[in-house]
Design a protein around this ligand. Structure first.
Ligand code: DGT
Ligand code: CA
Ligand code: CA
Ligand code: ZN
Length: 588
């Protein structure tokens, strides 16, 4: 059996861990980590890419790692990994991953006390056996215990962007109101709009660093702070009641640009920008661009370049300013150098919402209420898409009720008199056996048809792929809703063969959804980007079950931006005329 992308990424991650434990040079460790990360984000199977001999086109994969991937694909194993795991017990790798332990200490506990499991480490720590080791003490022993406790407390490692962003905004609201605060923003993975977040990184600019302590004091005593993890003048960290960690950095206004660029990341993007800076004779960090000599040593007497804006940082590097959502070292730097970054979609481009539910199935508001709320939000047209008959749990519509609903949609549409157009559609289930939940003679009567997977999501790859193909090949279906059926942060996507799915979509001209609900964000960015490359149309929809959920559109837009999506490829940026023409032509 061939290894999946995920299995290969896991092997690379463990290799990185073990190499780090063995004290390998950090460059080698990082190259395995970067490869693992890159593989997890791939929109295609490694085996398919290998068959086209294109492994080295994957960011972070060169000849060496490409060969290792081939080895795993053909033999199901990696010789290097097999060797490494005989050298170091797996438990030691786990210990290394505990917050506050790291490779050096894991090695120490193993060599000195023969500790090879997390449980063994906890016992030793509680028995006071760690404090006498060299470099340890009562305090660091306590830290180990806390690290292990945090391990069991933290059920999920990452939280959805939809949890982190509002938490960040609410803290920023408090900080921005302080007189010492000149500006405040979120950086890190939240600013890059990753679908899940490790921790929140906030930045505040002040005129003088003497303004910092007052800000830090307010920050660490916010009402939703559970614990203070550290408090200083330049950096403080807290854990919120919901378990999220927030890092706040305070810095002088004149260094805002370099700091924002640095702390937005990603690490891979920053490695590249630092290389470019070095080639231009500068060392780039969060404080400044500092002139260096030919050995890369900072020239202390030479004046440093301070940047108050990110645009200045990128300008000094000879680059166009790069939208944060693109900063993953996946081609954005090359395009910025050529001044050819795409004009990414924004929330202002969105005129429509093509997926929403009402009281007819499992929504909370009526058709009229949803339509008026959409109009208030500036939408020019919407489609009402309640669930279909098989989805009993969601009060799915029988054929009779569906047709009855159509009358009401028409009435509401007329009553609103062109101030917003309301179309009638469905979110039809793709049944477990691959059949579609309504017959063609019913589908043909609807304005717009979404087909989605909701049940039997753990089926074998062939069956899941077949279900999607049946929907894609039906000429009455216009859009596949949340195509991978993932739930963030923990429910895995379906195991469909996405190459096959995309090829079929390309042939039939069906559109694929980016579902904006932060629990879904599906298609994810890398798949959206692949769809775009193949010329497949997209739609960004809220799938709102309440009026309030219509405001989640921005998460879909951020995801699309991460996927390099430009407005023209997205149905709901189109004019009413263009959309209706497209709709009418399909299914004929
Ligand atoms: P997360 O928190 O796991 O969702 O992901 P990020 O990207 O927010 O990562 P985080 O919080 O560790 O750091 C935020 C950014 O700050 C990161 O993208 C790059 C920068 N950064 C922080 N620490 C370091 C570091 O030690 N080295 C480098 N090169 N960059 C760093
Ligand atoms: Ca972070
Ligand atoms: Ca952080
Ligand atoms: Zn839905």
């Amino acid at each position: 059996m061939t290894l999946s992308n995920r299995q290969i990424a896991d092997i690379f991650d463990t290799v990185a861990d073990i190499l780090q434990l063995k004290g390998e040079i950090i460059h080698r460790v990082l190259s395995y980590r970067r490869a693992a990360e890159s593989i997890r984000e791939l929109p295609r199977d490694l085996s398919a890419i290998a068959a086209e001999d294109k492994l080295t086109e994957i960011p972070g994969i060169g000849d060496t790692l490409g060969d290792k991937i081939k080895e795993m694909l053909t033999t199901g194993k990696l010789g290097l990994y097999e060797r490494l795991i005989t050298e170091i017990p797996v438990g030691v790798v786990e210990i290394m991953r505990i917050n506050g332990v790291g490779p050096k200490k894991a090695q120490l506990f193993w060599k000195e006390l023969n500790i090879t499991t997390v449980q063994g480490l906890e016992q030793a720590a509680r028995a006071g056996k760690l404090r006498d080791l060299s470099g340890m003490g009562v305090k660091s022993e306590q830290k180990v215990i806390e690290g292990i406790e945090a391990l069991s407390r933290r059920q999920v490692e990452r939280v959805p962007l939809g949890t982190a962003l509002p938490a960040a905004e609410s803290i920023l609201g408090v900080l921005r109101a302080l007189p010492q605060c000149l500006q405040a923003t979120v950086a890190g993975s939240v600013r890059r709009a990753r679908p899940t977040i490790g921790d929140i990184d906030l930045l505040v600019a002040v005129r003088e660093m003497s303004d910092s302590p007052a800000i830090m004091q307010i920050f660490v005593t916010l009402p939703n702070v559970a614990r203070i993890l550290g408090q200083g003048d330049t950096k403080s960290s807290v854990e919120l009641l919901n378990g999220l960690q927030v890092d706040l950095r305070v810095l002088p206004q004149e260094r805002w640009g370099t700091a924002l660029q640095y702390f937005t990341g990603s690490q891979a993007h920053n490695i590249k920008t630092r290389e470019i800076a070095l080639a231009k004779g500068f060392s780039l960090n969060e404080h400044a661009l500092s002139p260096v000599d030919s050995n890369g040593t900072i020239l202390e007497d030479a004046p440093k370049l301070l940047c108050e804006t990110e645009e200045q940082v990128y300008h000094h590097l000879g680059l166009q300013w790069i939208p944060p959502e693109l900063r993953e070292d996946s081609g954005e730097i090359e395009r910025a150098r050529d001044q050819t970054l795409p004009r990414l979609i924004t929330l202002d481009d969105i005129h429509a919402d093509l997926h929403m539910h009402t009281t007819w199935s499992d929504g909370k508001h009526t058709i009229r209420e949803m339509a008026e709320a959409a109009r208030e939000r500036g939408r020019k047209f919407i489609v009402i898409t309640d669930h279909s008959r098989s989805l009993g749990v969601a009060n799915g519509l029988s054929i009779e009720r569906l047709l009855e609903q159509q009358n009401e949609v028409r009435r509401v549409d007329q009553a609103l008199n062109g101030s917003i157009r309301v179309f009638h559609g469905t979110e039809m289930d793709i049944n477990a056996d691959g059949s579609l939940d309504y017959p063609d003679e019913i589908l043909v009567q609807l304005d717009f048809v979404i087909a989605s997977l909701h049940m039997s999501l753990r089926q074998e790859r062939d069956q899941i792929t077949l279900r999607l193909l049946n929907a894609i090949r039906n000429p009455h279906v216009d859009l596949i809703g949340h195509p991978r059926a993932q739930m963030l942060p923990n429910r895995e996507p379906v195991d469909a063969d996405m190459d096959v799915v995309f090829t079929a979509a390309q042939q039939t001209g069906i559109a694929l959804e980016i579902n904006a609900n932060p629990a879904r964000l599906d298609l994810e960015a890398q798949y959206a980007r692949r769809a775009l490359d193949l010329g497949i149309l997209l739609a960004i929809n809220t799938d709102a079950h309440t009026i309030e959920q219509m405001d989640l559109m921005n998460y879909g837009v951020m995801t699309a931006r991460r996927g390099w999506v430009t407005p023209d490829h997205v149905l709901n940026t189109w004019s009413l005329e263009r959309f209706t023409t497209w709709m009418t032509q399909r299914g004929q």
